[in-house]
Write a protein that binds this ligand. Sequence first.
Ligand code: SF4
Length: 403
Amino acid sequence: MKIAFTTLGCKLNYAETSTYERGFVAAGWEVVPWSSKADVYLVNTCAVTETAEKKSRNYIRRAHKTAPAARIIVTGCYAELRREEIEKIEGVWRVYGASEKSKILEDNTESYIFGAYSTGERTRSFLKVQDGCNNFCAYCTVPYARGRSRNIPICECVKMAREIAAAGVKEVVLTGVNTGDFGRTTGESFLDLLKALNEVDGIERFRISSIEPNLITPEIVDWIASGTKFQPHFHIPLQSGSDTLLRRVGRRYDTELFASRIDYIRKAMERPGGPKVFFGIDVIVGLPGETEELFQETYTFLKERIKPAFIHVFPYSRRPGTKAAEWKDQVKESVKAQRVAALEELCKELHAEFVSANKGIREKVLWESSVKGGLMGGYTGNYIRLEKPFDAALVNTLEEVEI
Ligand code: SF4
């Protein structure tokens, strides 16, 4: 990421700008001259005279002209005194008054760590709303590698969703390490985030990825089911269908809670003749202590109780520094490979069953731009992939079809 700084006024301002510069450099940013193209511009303004104010405005306008997509941060005395006036200038991203200056670094390096959103595919975008985790499951390095759970405020998530909509993207997938944990940093609630995003014009569909079963509460499900843009598609980690293993690795639910949440979602969202809910379930095989019997508990739980549309299977890998890496009862790699194969086979069966249970149902498909063998593809709301002969006029449109 590139950032450019400019400073007006007194020595204090110059000193502060140097501090910001050092901070951004330490966070891995490159500092470039004001006249070149940057991703972010920071103007440290002065209000000692009217000329100083005028100059401050000119710097903002010039930066916006050099890089219209860049974000401009304005701070300093003029920002303190004339926030509203500055906020109206095109390109201004954030204004920090005197009492808020200390947040400049944290806010802005953090929101870029968040990566904002992906823009590769024209029809769908991934919006990262949360990072990190506080759970410390025995097998996982995330809390050490990515830090504690944190999020950006709802207003910024909405701002990014609006930018995504302005780029013509119709579908947004909310992502995070533990998406449902949203709100830890800001004291906001995940449900309020969903409600605010639902109001963003232009985005027609939302999906939720990586939500822990204990965090997808009946209140959230009821709201989603009340006719929102959120689709009948959830990506939920189970990790193991054995209560012995779930307890041992420190997961925050047991199989009973997991199954009852899945039942609740199905009951709230499925109607006779309507689409079935797509569940994509993460499972880790070969956790230390996973005997054949315990693996069979997982297998049976998935096959007979949960019946998800998809299973994301991962073989356990021993990560140094985690508790589970120290455990003596590690599972042989060859056994892990067999269990991966068994669950992948089960996944194929369950996916075929899911598709056939949706046969004849009418659902909307969002057609994508890529062509393969003369065909275009797209997903239904409940994440079934369909194809038809390419028709350029249909790209990035929603069309109701029979599955
Ligand atoms: S598995 Fe998920 S919930 Fe557990 S520590 Fe890792 S990121 Fe957190």
